[in-house]
Design a protein around this ligand. Structure first.
Ligand code: ATP
Ligand code: MG
Length: 212
């Protein structure tokens, strides 16, 4: 049995065409089904539906052989025990620093002010500001980061941005680009060896189907 870990929403939707290219079709839709284990047209392949940030954990421990996870999530996880053979070029967005419209970020940084930064991406934020030599107090959040600067929780946020509409709607502006983000295929290292005959053709099919 090959188990593939996916999260609901954009990753599931954007991974479906890649699975199809490998001859794998989901028989149920996670948006309408409450099931967490979905069967496919192939008796030897199943999908499990987990939180986006839990995908690397399931694959690391071998509870899933393969998974699809954002670079953002992989950076936070650290990647222990995982092969990351393919950038699938899906769920593309950017990791950015953002502040309130009126906040002079450049001069705060220039003056060496200690910044309060709210984010779900603590490891990424820590590495970014350390590399810039900016002192920060990091405040861990689990969502709705845009609220932080509006209610005085933080001076800045580190968050994913695609269109920028959410920032705009909340009177925030992006002031620094940290990293381009897309989703990667992750593979359990032991599974790649032990189930090579089943997994390698899938990797080849995904690689051929990736949109540049
Ligand atoms: P949860 O909702 O369970 O807390 P999440 O918000 O990280 O998790 P999604 O919003 O489905 O889950 O995001 C899944 C992945 O898609 C993220 O890890 C990231 O790589 C990518 N992503 C997030 N936001 C965007 C976006 N606005 N545009 C494109 N890709 C995005
Ligand atoms: Mg989300």
């Amino acid at each position: 049995m090959i188990t593939i870990a996916l999260s609901k929403g954009r990753i599931f939707e954007e991974t479906l065409p890649l699975l199809e290219a490998a001859g794998i079709n989901a028989l149920e839709d996670p948006e309408s089904s409450r099931k967490l284990i979905l069967s496919t047209n192939r008796a030897d392949v199943r999908l499990i539906i987990v939180r986006a940030s839990d995908v690397p954990t399931y694959v690391q421990y071998g509870a899933a052989d393969l998974g699809v996870a954002g670079k953002d999530v992989l950076n936070e996880h650290g990647g222990t025990g995982l092969y990351q053979p393919l950038d699938l070029n899906i769920a593309r967005c950017r990791m950015m620093v953002a502040v309130r419209d009126g906040f002079d970020y450049e001069s705060a940084v220039r003056q060496g002010a200690r910044l309060r930064v709210a984010t779900k991406y603590v490891q990424t934020a820590r590495a970014h500001f350390a590399a810039k030599g900016v002192h920060v107090d990091l405040i861990k959040l689990y969502g709705s980061m845009e609220l932080g600067p509006l209610v005085g929780l933080s001076d800045a946020i580190v968050d994913l941005v695609s269109s920028g509409n959410t920032l705009k709607a909340n009177h925030l502006k992006a002031v620094e680009h940290i990293q381009d983000i897309s989703s990667r295929l992750v593979v359990n290292q032991a599974a790649l060896k032990l189930k090579h005959a089943a997994i390698q053709p899938m990797l080849d099919a995904f690689a051929k189907a990736i949109k540049k």
